[in-house]
Design a protein around this ligand. Structure first.
Ligand code: NAP
Length: 294
């Protein structure tokens, strides 16, 4: 029987562990980890994401401070705010909610966050550390996907993994994490020829495309593990993933649903990264990430 991997349940377990860790750290240091989130403008989806992050922080004992800036905030002011947070020893993690009102600001603003507080893992130094298998911050969504994969396949060494999508926040770090865990990895994108036959080679198939129900049953090898990163809102208001879930399900060994799959893991990993940042900044061994592929 195919297994549905409910990220929502695994994320709940991660949050409980983070809450325990945070309580322990508070007892030991007298301080709680703190996450500062900058949101510029009034993008409704971004507001929901930020509210969900605040809720998750509250549930795990992490202090969260939201800096809501007006849509017309100039780049210099954004950079100034980041510089202040970088300098503030009370701040452990900094997250700039994307997209920014001016997409041209995104690169420079992301790179302005101190790599030691970059809990999103988007700074070039952290992406480089991921490639070098050194400790750093791993982008939250791919990190969450690895947890989901490991929940059904503890050892993926030698397996064929195919990632659809090569974005900097999902596809590329996802492929690197799979490679770090000794899978044989193929990254595909919009110029890939004969994508269905590439996908059919996959023991592990990760879809991060942004096209509703893009991956068809005929693309999936019998017994594959399928991770659906996509979050697409349909005209009727419902959410669906990048995988044709109903059709693909019978072919899989395991598959994530949308919603309740990868989405909740992203926020749970953000909380873990924030606790890791706190530990490192306070000279405490985070006692996790002994394996850089996680
Ligand atoms: P993105 O930056 O738009 O990247 C999409 C990727 O898909 C690109 O690499 C693109 O290729 C590739 N692609 C587009 N059309 C294709 C086609 N016909 N065949 C093969 N590849 C194709 O998107 P993203 O930020 O990675 O996000 C992907 C999806 O994941 C979205 O639905 C997003 O909402 C969702 N997401 C979910 C979470 C979560 O927490 N669950 C987090 C982040 C993103 P090119 O590079 O060649 O253009």
């Amino acid at each position: 029987m195919p297994e549905i991997i409910y990220g929502s349940l695994i994320a709940e377990k991660c949050r409980t562990e983070t809450a325990e860790k945070t309580a322990h750290l508070k007892k030991r240091t007298g301080k709680a980890p703190r996450l500062d989130v900058i949101i510029a403008g009034d993008n409704p989806a971004s507001r929901i994401y930020v509210r969900n992050k605040e809720k998750a922080a509250a549930n795990t004992g992490i202090v969260s401070i939201v800096h809501a800036l007006p849509v017309e905030t100039p780049r210099e002011n954004l950079l100034q705010r980041i510089a202040e947070l970088n300098e503030n020893p009370e701040v452990n993690g900094i997250l700039v909610q994307l997209p920014l009102p001016n997409p041209e600001d995104e690169k420079i603003v992301t790179q302005a966050v101190s790599p030691d507080k970059d809990v999103d893992g988007f700074h070039p130094l952290n992406l480089g550390r991921l490639m070098l298998r050194e400790d750093g911050f791993t982008p939250c969504t791919p990190r969450g996907c690895m947890r989901l994969i490991h929940s059904v396949l503890p050892d993926i060494s030698g397996l064929n993994a195919v990632v659809i999508g090569r974005s900097t926040i999902v596809g590329k770090p996802m492929a690197q994490l799979l490679l770090n865990a000794d899978a044989t990895v193929t990254t595909t994108h919009s110029k890939t020829t004969d994508l269905p036959s590439v996908c059919r080679r996959a023991d592990i198939l990760v879809a991060a495309v942004g096209i509703p129900r893009f991956v068809k049953a005929g693309w999936v090898r019998d017994g594959a593990v399928v991770i659906d990163v996509g979050i697409n809102r349909l005209e009727n208001g419902t959410l669906c993933g990048d995988v044709d879930f109903e059709a693909v399900l019978p072919k899989c060994r395991a598959i994530t649903p949308v919603p309740k799959g990868v989405g909740p893991m992203t926020i749970a990993m953000l909380m873990e990264n924030t606790v890791e940042a706190f530990c490192r900044q306070n000279g405490i061994d985070p006692a996790q990430r002994t394996n850089p592929s996680l």
